[in-house]
Write a protein that binds this ligand. Structure first.
Ligand SMILES: C[S@@+](CC[C@H](N)C(=O)[O-])C[C@H]1O[C@@H](n2cnc3c(N)ncnc32)[C@H](O)[C@@H]1O
Length: 223
């Protein structure tokens, strides 16, 4: 009986501290600069600013381009990509989750796992011709265990590169997110054989504490 009472007090203490942590996280999120800016600009995600900043620097997306956005939900990057390509371009968003409403006629959404052949075929069928740019902000499900998360990140990055090689035009570009780790050096060496320019970067709008980085690959050289 005494044990049960002590256990219940212990659980209540844990729940209250989780509530406090949760509400302070919510407060910080609301105060955060890019979160507020995204709300004001009607972007669905603060991540929109990462694409805006990277595109400004590396000129990844041009008017009239076809762009495939892998891991597109809630839709912040697709919104920015639509602005960049204009009415003559085409954007295809792909995600496991639903996306928020994007009503432009030149936007298509495919719901599903882009690592599967079924979804890769759907992407190819939705594109009129090969894509000019592949962008991917896809994040794996993170466990908090560094070694596992790095493996998951590498797997996902490899899938993004595999899909890109299937659908990208000669001289096409890729922008993709990855999480820092030792095994990336090998991948970078391989990518340098397939693209004219390969760079890693971190935009100002990416949180300093986050280990996320972005890989820019310009000028695809299909074999
Ligand atoms: C950080 S969010 C992307 C945010 C988006 N760039 C934006 O600006 O709104 C990462 C997304 O990747 C998606 N994702 C991760 N793995 C995926 C996979 N194998 N297939 C499709 N989507 C995936 C997740 O469902 C999640 O919605």
């Amino acid at each position: 009986m005494v044990d049960k009472v002590i256990f219940s007090i212990y659980c209540n203490m844990i729940n209250s501290s989780l509530d406090i942590m949760g509400s302070s996280w919510q407060r910080n999120k609301k105060k955060e600069y890019y979160y507020r800016k995204a709300k004001e600009s009607k972007y669905y995600s603060r991540a929109s600013y990462k694409l805006l900043q990277l595109d400004k620097k590396y000129k990844l997306i041009k008017e009239g381009n076809s762009v495939v956005d892998l891991g597109a939900s809630p839709g912040g990057w697709s919104q920015v990509a639509l602005e960049k390509v204009g009415s003559k371009g085409l954007i295809i968003g792909v995600d496991l989750n639903k996306i928020r409403p994007i009503n432009e006629e030149n936007f298509s959404f495919i719901r599903g796992d882009f690592t599967t052949e079924k979804i890769q075929e759907k992407i190819i069928n939705t594109l009129n011709e090969e894509a000019d740019v592949v962008i991917s902000d896809a994040s794996p499900f993170l466990s908090g265990i560094k070694s596992i998360d790095q493996l998951r990140s590498i797997d996902l990055v490899e899938s993004v590169i595999k899909v890109s090689e299937l659908i990208l035009k000669n001289k096409g570009n890729i922008l993709l997110k990855f999480f820092q780790g030792e095994d990336f050096n090998h991948m970078l060496r391989e990518l340098k054989k397939k693209f004219r320019i390969v760079k890693t970067t971190k935009p100002n709008s990416s949180r300093k504490k986050s280990s996320e980085m972005y890989l820019i690959c310009l000028g695809f050289k299909p074999i």
